[in-house]
Design a protein around this ligand. Structure first.
Ligand SMILES: Cc1ncc(C[n+]2csc(CCOP(=O)(O)OP(=O)(O)O)c2C)c(N)n1
Ligand SMILES: [Mg+2]
Length: 339
């Protein structure tokens, strides 16, 4: 495992990149992306199993991001994994670019799907988990993938996610792990102003395992993901209490964390000093798109990707975590790469 300081630096790097993308595009959603950075950093660098040489490998873990508006977070973590370039991040939300506001599908770049309509990503993930169960029953452990999904306050509230969550619990989809970015902020109010339900109890009533953590703490995220992976009869909901706009400060160093105003506009429009925020997060305001792979001569992200399997050699990670060559399947025709 990477050391925690290194992980926090990588997450801060994701925060800076996400904020800088929205700032340059003069449009987008920086606050939520900055709060969720720690989770995606841990997931993509230490848990997600995929083959960098064969992105379309059918046995890969899947990641569905329900809040498409947090795409700067996804592009940034994928840029650290080498799937997007700095120039492509700079083209965020520009016509014809590979970094649109709400990416749909781009498997070769690591994007299974994100949704514009909140709640839809939850249903994609449940559908994928059902499909994975079916394929595993047919083909064996080669299809032993985990389906991860990320949901935010808006998605949790949407009716479509209720139906998906209920059936996932009923079917006991233990291959489904959902992180709920509970930052208590939504489009124009705090969550408590419109919803008072107990989300943990709701999902428990549907048959889910529920773990509540500090969603900005690497150790707690790792522990929750490890526990969720070990679950053998239920889907898991990890409720991560996170900080909207984590690290955002004004020119006078006052905090702009936990503010509705950072939901859907550039930080500068919310009164934040982008330069002071980048400095506060350990970056250089003169080079806001820097990826900081080295710190004191050391590679920042040592293990990108730390655990991967080579689908082209038909190896797979069995449930015991050992590589084997069993259940070799014919490679399907590769999906055409969407432009
Ligand atoms: C079905 C649907 N209704 C409305 C919207 C518009 N919308 C975009 S983001 C958002 C709320 C976002 O709150 P949250 O999901 O908590 O994201 P955060 O503010 O924490 O980034 C809404 C209502 C949408 N994308 N989809
Ligand atoms: Mg929110």
């Amino acid at each position: 495992m990477n050391d925690i300081k290194l992980m926090n630096k990588a997450a801060d790097n994701i925060r800076i990149l996400a904020a800088s993308m929205v700032e340059k595009a003069k449009s987008g959603h920086p606050g939520g992306a900055m709060g969720g950075a720690d989770f995606v950093n841990v997931l993509f660098s230490e848990f997600l199993v995929y083959d960098p040489k064969n992105p379309a490998w059918e046995g890969r873990d899947r990641y569905f991001q329900d809040p498409g508006h947090m795409s700067p977070m996804l592009y940034s973590v994928l840029a650290l994994a080498g799937k997007f370039t700095i120039d492509e991040l700079k083209e965020f939300r520009q016509w014809g670019s590979v970094t649109p506001g709400h990416p749909e599908v781009n498997v070769m770049r690591g994007i299974e799907n994100t949704s514009g309509p909140l709640g839809q990503g939850h249903t994609y993930a449940v559908g994928a988990a059902i499909a994975a169960k079916f394929l595993k029953a047919r083909l064996g452990d080669v299809m032993n993938q985990t389906i991860y999904t990320y949901i935010s306050d808006g998605g949790i509230q949407e009716e479509i996610s209720q139906g998906a969550g209920r059936i996932a619990g009923t079917l006991g989809l233990d291959n489904l792990i959902m992180f709920y970015d509970a930052n208590n902020i939504q489009l124009s109010t705090t969550v408590g102003e419109v919803t008072t339900e107990n989300v943990a109890m709701k999902y428990e009533a549907w048959g889910w395992k529920v773990i509540t953590i500090n969603g900005n703490d690497v150790t707690e995220i790792r522990r929750a993901l490890t526990e969720a992976k070990a679950e053998t009869s239920r889907p898991t909901l990890i409720i991560g209490n996170t900080i909207m706009g984590k690290g955002a400060v004004g020119a006078d160093k006052s905090s702009y964390e936990n503010k509705v105003s950072t939901h859907g506009q550039p930080l500068s429009a919310a009164g934040v000093s982008i330069a002071d925020t980048i400095r506060n997060l350990g970056g250089n305001p003169d080079d806001p798109f820097a990826m900081r792979p080295k710190q004191n001569g050391r590679k920042l992200i040592r293990n990108w990707p730390p655990r991967w399997i080579c689908g082209s050699q038909a190896k797979h990670l069995s449930s015991t975590g050992r590589l084997s060559n069993r259940n070799r399947t014919k490679r399907p025709v590769r999906p055409r790469q969407p432009s």
